[in-house]
Structures are given as structure tokens and as C-alpha cells.
Design a protein around this ligand. Structure first.
Ligand SMILES: *C/C=C(C)/C=C/C=C(C)/C=C/C1=C(C)CCCC1(C)C
Length: 254
């Protein structure tokens, strides 16, 4: 058996839509980070940490996209060599390291918005706990026990549902309601919509795995395409909601 490891020059091939989204993802995350970092000087002091976290989320993602893009292109090039051992082009490890850092930071965004209205650290830890359940189960289903992909997908969905619940009817929603601040209520509602609708892109990607519910559609779609789309929508979208909240609140104070 021949193994051609990944010392090939990894070049984006015309027509490689997924490869293209790794590249565009990297550029978009990088540009968003620059934007959030620079805009910190245009908002009131109490908002600066929120914008810093928005920038960190996209910056951490940009760094991971740099490596994920490399890995993906090298694996694709390897798989074109006749007789070479097939390498799964999905950069699953980098992907989950990225998410393990950035999803808890998205929970921090909720916490920072609600802290002036009495949010306790225990709320933050509860949401991070749900995130960890979601991501650990997802990783096991993708990388360790792919023959049990559906089971681990269901367990992961419990974690996701916990976050959706908190933001829709749990303490996050109640605190926003009690704040009487229409701006804040709007921001929390928008973030909840990202968590409910935007985050649903990920389980759709996951269900394209062999043996899962949408495996039959894996020809035209693939897991990396969906995950890259989800990351761009959610990481940049979350940051923009927080940015908009910060700008409108800073204007009011001025
Ligand atoms: C920036 C990265 C984000 C917002 C990642 C979010 C990831 C998810 C919401 C993943 C969810 C999953 C399920 C709900 C079930 C199947 C396994 C996962 C991990 C793809």
C-alpha cells in the first residue's frame, strides 16, 4: 500500500467549492476581527470588552481556518494520487478545537450583555456546560465512534437544546425581560435567533455523515461546506449583533 503524505503543494483547484469556502472563511474572519478591534474605540467603555470578545471569536476562527484550509487542500491533493491511501479531507480536530474555544466565548457574549442586569457567573458556567456536552458528543460521533453517529448526534442535540432553552425561556430570556431595556431585549432576541436558526446549519452538516439521516445528499453538499457556512454566518453575525447593540447604546448615552 502506498502512502503519499501531504508534502504536496496545496493549491485551490478551480471548481472546488468547499476549498473556496475555507479560503473565503479565512479572509472573512480576519476582516471581521480587524473591524471589531478597531471599532472598540467608537463605543463606550462598558462595551469594549464585548467587542474584544467578538474580535477574539473571529480571530481564533481565522487562525484555525488557516490550518484547516491547508489540511483540506493537502488531503484533496493526496487523494488524487492513484494508489495513495485515502485521507479524510475534513479537518475534524482543528474544527473542534476552534469550536471548543469560540462557542464558550459566544456564551460569554450573552453573559456580558446581561451582567449589568444581575447575571451571575453560574449562568455562564451553565451555558458553557451545555456547550461542552454538545461539542464532546459531536466529536465522539465524528471522530471516535462514527458507527454511532446518530446516537451521539442526539446526545449533542440535548446540549444545543439547553442553550436554546436558556435564551428563549430560561434565565437569559427572563433577565432580558426584567431589564426593561428594549435595546437589550432586541439584541438577546437576535442572538437567540442565531443560536436557533444559524446553529441549525451544523447538525445539518453532521447528518450528511455516512450512516446518518441525510447521508444520501452528501454528493452535492458536504460536512465542511455546511460547517464553513455556519461559522461565517454565526461568528460574524453574533459579533455584528453585539456591535450594533454597543453603538446604539453608546449613542444614547452621548
Ligand atoms: C463558531 C462555532 C459554532 C457556533 C459552532 C456551533 C456548533 C454546533 C451548534 C454544533 C452542533 C451539533 C449538533 C447539535 C448535533 C450534531 C453534532 C454537532 C456538534 C454538529
Amino acid at each position: 500500500m502506498k502512502t503519499a503524505y501531504i508534502f504536496l503543494s496545496s493549491t485551490l483547484q478551480p471548481g472546488d467549492v468547499t476549498g473556496f469556502t475555507f479560503f473565503v472563511g479565512l479572509m472573512a474572519m480576519f476582516a471581521a476581527s480587524v473591524f471589531f478591534f478597531f471599532e472598540r474605540s467608537n463605543v463606550d467603555g462598558k462595551w469594549k470588552t464585548s467587542l474584544l470578545v467578538s474580535g477574539l471569536i473571529t480571530m481564533i476562527a481565522a487562525a484555525h481556518y488557516y490550518y484547516m484550509r491547508d489540511y483540506y487542500l493537502a488531503a484533496v491533493a493526496n487523494n488524487l494520487i492513484e494508489g495513495a491511501t485515502y485521507i479524510n479531507p475534513s479537518p475534524t480536530q482543528f474544527r473542534y478545537i476552534d469550536w471548543t474555544l469560540t462557542v464558550p466565548l459566544m456564551c460569554v457574549e450573552f453573559f456580558l450583555l446581561l451582567r449589568p442586569y444581575g447575571a451571575k457567573q453560574s449562568l455562564l458556567w451553565k451555558m458553557i456546560g451545555y456547550s461542552v456536552l454538545m461539542l464532546v458528543a459531536g466529536y465522539i460521533g465524528e471522530a471516535i465512534q462514527p458507527e454511532q453517529t446518530i446516537l451521539w448526534g442526539i446526545i449533542s442535540t440535548v446540549g444545543w437544546a439547553g442553550i436554546v432553552y436558556e435564551a428563549t425561556a430560561g434565565s437569559v430570556a427572563k433577565m432580558a425581560q426584567a431589564s426593561g431595556d428594549a435595546n437589550l431585549q432586541k439584541a438577546i432576541r437576535l442572538l437567540r435567533n442565531f443560536v436557533l436558526v444559524g446553529w441549525a446549519i451544523y447538525p445539518i452538516g453532521y447528518m450528511l455523515m455516512p450512516g446518518n439521516l441525510m447521508a444520501g445528499m452528501a454528493g452535492s453538499l458536504n460536512i465542511d461546506l455546511m460547517y464553513n457556512l455556519g461559522d461565517a454566518v454565526n461568528k460574524i453575525g453574533f459579533g455584528l449583533v453585539v456591535y450594533q447593540m454597543a453603538v446604539s447604546s453608546s449613542k444614547k448615552a452621548a
